[in-house]
Write a protein that binds this ligand. Structure first.
Ligand code: NAD
Length: 515
């Protein structure tokens, strides 16, 4: 990679038969790690090694934090208008390079090119929103709280913040994090997923091309050790995490024990409730798209559908539509779903499908033995549907994170609500109905942070926040939107007095009160 430019997976650079090594970004320089421990980044459709990602040494990690700390004083004092203009430029550059970014994502992560474009676009929207940070970060002012005294509050950046990312949205999730953090005036250390780090590096290059000063954004690669170092480092003030519950709860407790702010978005089991009065065609399309899109590897995938009453008979139609989906390498223009991320993920998903069958669920569609011509070594699983699933089955209790739709049944709307609310996760839930009253009841009683009414994947746009709840989220302030700005800022409240005091007014040692 040399010391300046990262060459993407689509334009291999080494020329020596060795896969390129993904560099860290420290203090404005893309630097090869000295570490001899490397992890292969593997194309999930072909098993080719795309690049190698280093397990960053502790010394290199410290250097990244030091660079972020050093850059903070001048960055926080850089006018907000300048910081916004860098985001304005960044959004333009992301648009310019969206095809390259998408190709990198498809190569490293497997999702279809069209879906990869969506991955970039949903992150781009957060960059666009950050362009209005001056208004978002505005403080408050009350004049004359007491005679001649005014109080105002300002939202100040925290210092060095860090972000730890999952594999499933290699562009969107880094873009949930650093644009908001740095536009608020913080500096940042990003730890991309070791499975698909390319998009983060490309985005960092674009951020630097947009004018982000050296040290404001740093990138370190690795796994548990570098994550633990982030949790423990006293110079880091806040940690944003997105990923599984195992890692998320570990990071939440370890980093908050060190006094850091933590926002931790974790796993999910998102349900759809289908009422018999729902519009059939639109509902079936929504179930198939949200169940199998991105091969089910979305934290907002609708992985479970609860059919109420007669709507159970729609199961066959869901199977028909799911059967017609095309499973192929993500670069193929007509692919609907690509491979899952790894051999291990495929094995885990297949085991969970088998456990469903052993526990008595009915396998209406089995995608486990699919072979994709030309990509026989890929980690493909075709759309799979299990019916008659019960809450105590392993396949229901675990997040499957693959192209598997579970079908359950309820005799009444109340029973369906009860099933969903008993699930430990609370990321999202959707209802499909033509009844306003039922939709309103659902909105009020459902215990999920993101609610869809005839909308299968209700991920809020950046002027709202990503509001998962229950076991899907730990922390107080969600990602992006107003909560995201609050997460990356702290409030300073100033009370000022400008008045001509009459002479001889004396000294009072009593607690000042406003009278
Ligand atoms: P993961 O937890 O395995 O990895 C996420 C990050 O944590 C990676 O950077 C990884 O290196 C690190 N990590 C993993 N295990 C660790 C450990 N024991 N100690 C320290 N660090 C560790 O998650 P993943 O497989 O990359 O992503 C899939 C998961 O992410 C799913 O559960 C999905 O639901 C969830 N997810 C949630 C959201 C959301 O907003 N709620 C969004 C996307 C993905």
């Amino acid at each position: 990679f040399g010391s300046s430019r990262f060459t993407t997976a689509t334009e291999p650079s080494s020329g020596h038969g060795q896969p390129p090594r993904v560099p860290n970004l420290i203090g404005g320089a893309f630097i090869d790690s000295k570490s001899s421990s490397l992890i292969d980044v593997i194309n999930p459709a072909t098993q080719e090694v795309v690049s190698q990602v280093p397990l960053t040494t502790n010394e290199e990690f410290k250097a990244a934090v030091h660079a972020a700390k050093k850059a903070f004083p001048s960055w926080r004092n850089t006018p907000i208008t300048t910081r916004q203009r860098i985001m304005l430029k960044l959004q333009q550059l992301i648009r310019r390079d969206i095809d390259k970014l998408a190709m990198n994502i498809t190569t490293e992560q497997g999702k279809t090119l069209k879906d990869a474009q969506g991955d970039v676009f949903r992150g781009l929207e957060v960059v666009e929103h950050s362009c209005g940070m001056a208004t978002l970060q505005m403080g408050e002012y009350v004049s004359n709280v007491s005679s001649g005294i005014d109080t105002y509050s300002v939202r100040e950046p925290l210092g060095v913040c860090a972000g730890i990312c999952p594999f499933n949205f290699p562009a969107m999730i880094p873009l949930w994090m650093f644009p908001v953090a740095v536009t608020c005036g913080n500096t940042f250390v990003l730890k991309p997923s070791e499975k698909d780090p390319g998009a983060s590096i490309m985005l960092a290059e674009l951020a630097m091309e947009a004018g982000l000063p050296d040290g404001v954004l740093n990138i370190v690669h690795g796994t548990n050790d570098v994550v633990n170092a982030i949790c423990d480092d006293d110079n880091i003030r806040a940690v944003s995490f997105v990923g599984s519950n195992t890692a998320g709860m570990h990071i939440y407790s370890r980093a908050s024990a060190k006094g850091k702010r933590v926002q931790s978005n974790m796993g999910a089991k998102n349900h759809a409730i289908v009422l018999p009065d729902a519009s059939v065609d639109a509902t079936l399309n929504a179930l198939v798209a949200a169940g199998f899109g991105a091969a089910g590897q979305r934290c907002m995938a609708l992985s479970t559908v609860v059919f109420v009453g007669e709507s159970k008979s729609w199961e066959d139609k869901v199977v028909e539509r799911a059967q017609s989906l095309k499973v192929d390498c993500g670069t193929k223009p007509d692919a609907d779903l690509g491979p899952v991320i790894s051999k291990q993920a495929k094995e885990r998903i297949c085991n969970l499908i088998q456990s469903g069958v052993s526990d008595g669920a009915k396998l209406l569609l089995d995608g486990r033995n699919i072979v994709v011509p030309g990509y026989e070594r890929g980690n493909f699983i075709g759309p799979t549907i299990l019916a008659d699933v019960k809450p105590d089955m392993e396949c229901y209790k675990e997040e499957i994170f693959g192209p598997v739709l579970l079908c359950m049944q309820a005799n009444s709307f109340e029973e369906a609500l009860d099933i969903v609310n008993k699930n430990k996760y609370g990321n999202g839930a959707s209802i499909f109905t033509t009844s306003g009253a039922a939709a309103r009841k659902f909105q009020t009683e459902i215990e999920a942070g993101q609610v869809g009414i005839n909308v299968p994947i209700p991920v809020p746009l950046p002027f709202f926040s990503f509001t998962g709840s229950k076991a899907s989220f730990a922390g107080d302030l969600n990602f992006y939107g107003k909560a995201g700005v609050n997460f990356y800022t702290q409030i300073k409240t100033v009370t000022q007095q400008w008045k001509d005091l009459p002479s001889g007014s004396g000294v009072s040692l009593a607690m000042p009160t406003s009278q």
